[in-house]
Design a protein around this ligand. Sequence first.
Ligand SMILES: [Zn+2]
Ligand SMILES: [Zn+2]
Length: 232
Amino acid sequence: MIPGQDEMMPDSHTYLIGHPSSKDLSLIDPGLVGKGNDKIDSILKMGIELEDIRRVIMTHTHFDHIGALSEIQKRIPWAELWVHQAEGDPLELGDERSVYGMEMFQQICQMQYKIKGGSFRFRIDRKLKGGEILKIGGMTWDVIHIPGHSLGSIGLYYAPEKALIPGDVIYADHAIGRFDLYGADGTVLKESLMRLSELDVAILLPGHNRTVTKLPAGYILETLQHWEPFLT
Ligand SMILES: [Zn+2]
Ligand SMILES: [Zn+2]
């Protein structure tokens, strides 16, 4: 894990998954604009060879998760890009609605970081649909489509360690992702949380805030029940 360094805008955590000996690592979520080089430098300090990072997998394409993607691509140009189809198709067309979520954010982000419209256009190597069983890095990860925070949000689940990378769908401390941005939907988010609650999760590795290594049983269902009145 390379923790996000929030500033005026949040910076998502970045995770690297895979056994180091496999030389087949995946970088999950680059983070905010301007944070890419720091993240790569942190990875180098861990003693990881950049050549071993074979792909970037995005839990979703919000600005705080993929802002640093082009910086990361410059450092590891060979890495493939994997993302859910519902956000991969727009990303290939340069449709930035999912990236910024709302027009006001688009204006703020573009001004703050001097970004031109149309900067978020990427060729996607693999479009995920959910239900894939990824054999990567000497591990087996399940891909779960969990829309509601965004159209193409995915969770990555590693059953042997009961570890879940849920992106921005659920966090520690009974928090959940916002559902007021483009493509978001409270009732859909409720269904996604329901799906996640069926998993046995002990390690929660969310996109922001703290991680949890001994998640109490029933945590996701409890969190869902807490928010249910608002998820309409
Ligand atoms: Zn998000
Ligand atoms: Zn986020």
